[in-house]
Ligand binder design. Structure first.
Ligand SMILES: [Zn+2]
Length: 63
């Protein structure tokens, strides 16, 4: 796994300017796509969300 690159910028879901953000993937809205950058707190939350999602998938495929 490669280390994330952090830079100062705006994460528009938190709307806190000048915080450390990292690229988390493209975000599509109304058929248009832009690069998405998230702050550390949102990244931590996203990790927990993805882990829970994968556990659900594993539980389903096991049954
Ligand atoms: Zn955030």
């Amino acid at each position: 796994m490669t280390a994330k690159r952090w830079s100062r910028g705006l994460w528009w879901l938190c709307r806190q300017p000048d915080q450390e953000v990292t690229f988390i993937g493209p975000i599509t809205a109304n058929g248009k796509t832009a690069p998405g950058f998230a702050c550390r707190r949102c990244c931590d939350w996203s990790h927990r969300y993805v882990d829970a999602y994968i556990r659900q998938l594993d539980a389903r495929s096991a049954s």
